[in-house]
Design a protein around this ligand. Structure first.
Ligand code: AMP
Ligand code: ZN
Ligand code: FE
Ligand code: FE
Length: 275
């Protein structure tokens, strides 16, 4: 049976597996299709990886998970089947990385005021296997834990990095509509990610945006938890997508392929609309 996991992270954002390891794990897990959806980067999609996917026998769908800001809320938007060469998309991602660098620097400054020393060099040194990666709060938290400033990642967020904590820096992200537009411009499909994480009031406003689909099947959700999202997809004639949100050893309780879509859905998201 054809199964495709449409949501996972590699070392190019905050996962622990390389893109090639993800392909190999997908094969071992009996999947037929995969989309690697790193946060704000498509660095994983090298020509070599596309070639490896063909050799291994996995259909690889271009994907990305864009971080956006809606009021005070961070909203994740998945893009699928877009043109990897799109200059709009590549410019958008480049701009996002620059804004992140500036923001990371501001976070480090605020931490320093609390006598917590994390340097830009330590952050940059997290690069794995020579691949560029999106660096954000999870990586800062990782270094704080390693240097013994906190006892857990959770404590780092609670005491320093979460939205209501003293070292949070907002305001660097694009809006959900910006993200949808850049995905559409690149001939891709824009999907609202893990809607169950979103507050109800905010959700209603988001559902009015021109999405092509909504992530209904997610990670370890139970069938009854997925049902309301499937209903919204049906009512709106949106594509019902799904995936594990696998992060490797950083979220060991989640297995690749624990959520997935069928071949029809996979084909709907593939680049059939490329000119
Ligand atoms: P950023 O994109 O740099 O703002 O970081 C967002 C990421 O931080 C999210 O995708 C989560 O992986 C992680 N994160 C946010 N809040 C928490 C939390 N309370 N505990 C652990 N990780 C968190
Ligand atoms: Zn992630
Ligand atoms: Fe997400
Ligand atoms: Fe994710």
């Amino acid at each position: 049976m054809f199964r495709a996991d449409l949501h996972c992270h590699s070392v190019c954002s905050d996962g622990s597996d390389t893109p090639l390891q993800l392909l190999e794990l997908a094969k071992k897990s009996g999947l037929s299709g995969l989309s690697i959806t790193d946060h704000d980067t498509i660095e994983a999609y090298s020509p070599e990886l596309m070639e490896s996917a063909r050799e291994i026998g996995i259909r690889l769908l271009p994907g990305v998970e864009l971080s956006t800001e809606f009021g005070k809320n961070t909203i994740h938007i998945l893009g699928y089947g877009f043109d990897l060469q799109s200059s709009h998309m590549n410019y958008f991602l480049e701009e996002m990385q620059q804004r992140r660098n500036i923001r990371n620097r501001e976070i480090l400054k605020k931490l320093k005021e609390k006598n917590i020393i994390v340097t830009e060099i330590e952050l940059a040194a997290l690069v794995t296997f020579g691949m560029k990666k999106t660096i954000g709060r999870p990586h800062i938290a990782q270094i704080m834990l390693k240097k013994g400033y906190v006892k857990s990642i959770q404590e780092t967020f609670l005491s320093y990095l979460s939205e209501d904590s003293p070292c949070y820096v907002p305001g660097f992200k694009f809006t959900p509509l910006d993200a949808i537009q850049v995905i559409h411009d690149a001939k891709g499909k824009a999907i609202l990610a893990h809607p169950h994480y979103i507050q109800k009031g905010v959700l209603n406003s988001l559902l009015a945006l021109p999405f092509d689909g909504i992530e209904c099947y997610y990670s370890n959700l139970l069938e009854y938890q997925e049902r309301p999202w499937v209903k919204i997809a049906k009512d709106k004639n949106w594509i019902a997508t799904g995936g594990s949100d696998y992060h490797g050893q950083f979220k060991p309780q989640i297995n690749l392929g624990c959520s997935w879509v069928d071949e029809t859905t996979f084909n709907q998201l593939s680049q059939s609309n490329k000119i």
